[in-house]
Design a protein around this ligand. Structure first.
Ligand code: SF4
Length: 463
């Protein structure tokens, strides 16, 4: 029986979430084809032959792209069992069913995919699954042979002009925190699940054999299980001392586990992505981020001292954002010497409220909600100050132009700063910060990490 697993976009990585279920399905006898539409064309022959087609919905952009792709899949193969799996599958199951989805699996999806395969083999009815599982499951070593080579994916700009081929793996899934805006939360509800350290290292080993020079850990938070994380990076460094890595760690954990940072540095951690979201106390509280403005300042200083650059991410435009608040964010970034560390897109992100978001339950959001937008797969909202919406649009335009014209981060930041000062009624060109005089920059991925973008024309044209 033929299974086709499709990823439309996975933030520039070779998708773990195709390779991992491919291994489990192959182990029970399925013939599995993987198709990563972020870097290759659709495999029409595999679509036509498939008995089961799994579409991986790790996040918003992938979900929008998968919805756009479905009619083509149906045209090529009207009878295949369509499974949507990944975080966004259970969040959007009702809608996905109306457009032709048969099964929906969120959370720990590998066993659910195997269950569908076994049901189909046994001719059992019904084979439909609507499942959100956070059960511990046994993983197999991801099967990466059927995926495009790692050199096709986003690379690491080391910061000194050189680049590295990047491998990607996950040491855990889910999260033990419940930040209200986070799509992990409605699915995992404060739980996280680990993948055995031996398997993680085996997966890294096979990617190094394929050319990986740097490993990106895609765990929602690498220090949800600090003992597990330290075991993995120690083993990694022991076996491959030349390999660097990066991870995502929340501000709260960077403070709480400050004593672990030297270990990260020593084992090759090149940078840490951290979801700061805002520097305004009221917004941090609404989002239930678990950190304060001062915590972020402290963490930025700690990391500078230890020598692991931060790559902070933000959700600067929310229903509660003010123009002065946005200017305070820019000042904070500049004062901390982090201008180069922030991908410009991070200054243009507008809060995304997916279906079933915990934000929908709180009174603060109610005056801002404008109803659910089925096509955009999110709740529409407005800032009651229309001039903040105008500023957001202006910033988005500056960032788009900067990206298209290859403008340096620092120059884009300066333009954003001047625009924001003007929007705040401060009509002068003050830029009281010193910018680096050299071209040496901090390490960053060639594809900036953010998951809530509208699909681009280029992405849609590949479907
Ligand atoms: S810490 Fe990160 S992954 Fe965990 S709930 Fe908060 S935003 Fe989500």
């Amino acid at each position: 029986m033929q299974v086709l697993l499709i990823s439309t976009y996975d933030l520039g990585h070779q998708p773990f979430s195709l390779a991992s279920p491919a291994a489990k399905l192959t182990a029970v006898g399925a013939t599995v084809t993987c198709n990563d539409l972020a870097v290759e064309s659709i495999k029409e022959g595999a679509v036509e032959k498939a008995d089961i087609i799994g579409l991986y919905l790790q996040m918003h952009t992938a979900t929008r792209l998968s919805v756009a792709l479905l009619p083509r899949l149906k045209e090529l193969n009207p009878v295949a069992h369509i499974v949507f799996y990944g975080l966004y599958a259970p969040l959007n199951a009702e809608y996905l069913k109306t457009i032709g989805g048969d099964s929906f699996i969120g959370g720990e999806f590998e066993d659910g995919l195997v269950q569908i395969y076994n049901n189909l083999i046994d001719g059992k009815a019904p084979i439909l699954l609507n499942l959100t599982s956070t059960e511990n499951q046994k993983f197999n070593q991801p099967l990466r042979d059927g995926l495009p080579n790692l050199s096709n994916y986003a690379h690491l700009n080391v910061g000194d002009g050189s680049t590295k081929i990047v491998g990607y793996t996950e040491a855990s899934r889910g999260c033990k925190h419940k930040c209200r805006h986070c799509p992990v939360v409605p699915v995992y509800q404060g739980r996280f699940r680990v993948i055995s350290s031996n398997l993680v290292i085996a997966d890294i080993r096979q990617q190094i054999a394929q050319g990986a020079e740097h490993i990106s850990f895609g765990d929602p938070d690498f220090l949800n299980g600090p003992t597990h994380a330290i075991k993995i990076i120690s083993a990694l460094h022991n076996e491959f001392p030349q390999i660097s890595y990066d991870a995502t760690i929340k501000v709260e954990h960077l403070l709480k586990h400050k004593k672990l940072l030297p270990k990260l540095k020593e084992t090759g951690c090149l940078f840490i992505t951290t979801a700061v979201e805002s520097v305004e106390e009221d917004i941090l509280q609404i989002l239930d981020k678990g950190h304060t403005h001062d915590d972020f300042i402290q963490v930025a200083k700690n990391n500078k001292e230890i020598g692991i650059p931060l790559s902070p991410t933000f959700v600067p435009f929310t229903p509660w954002t003010t123009k002065r608040g946005f200017l305070r964010l820019l000042d904070t970034i500049a004062e901390l010497g982090l201008i180069e560390n922030v991908a410009p897109i991070q200054l243009a992100i507008r809060l995304l409220i997916p279906n079933k978001s915990y934000l929908l339950d709180i009174p603060d959001i109610q005056p801002h909600l404008l109803g659910y937008d089925q096509e955009a797969l999110s709740h529409r909202w407005r800032n009651l100050d229309e001039s903040v919406e105008d500023l957001c649009r202006e910033i988005q335009k500056i960032v788009e132009t900067g990206a298209a014209d290859g403008i340096l981060r620092v120059e884009t930041f300066k333009t954003i700063y001047a625009t924001t000062r003007r929007a705040c009624g401060l009509n002068d060109d003050t830029f009281p910060y010193q910018l680096p005089l050299t071209n040496i920059t901090v390490p960053s991925m060639s594809e900036p990490w953010f998951c809530c973008a509208e699909p681009t024309q280029e992405q849609l044209s590949r479907l």
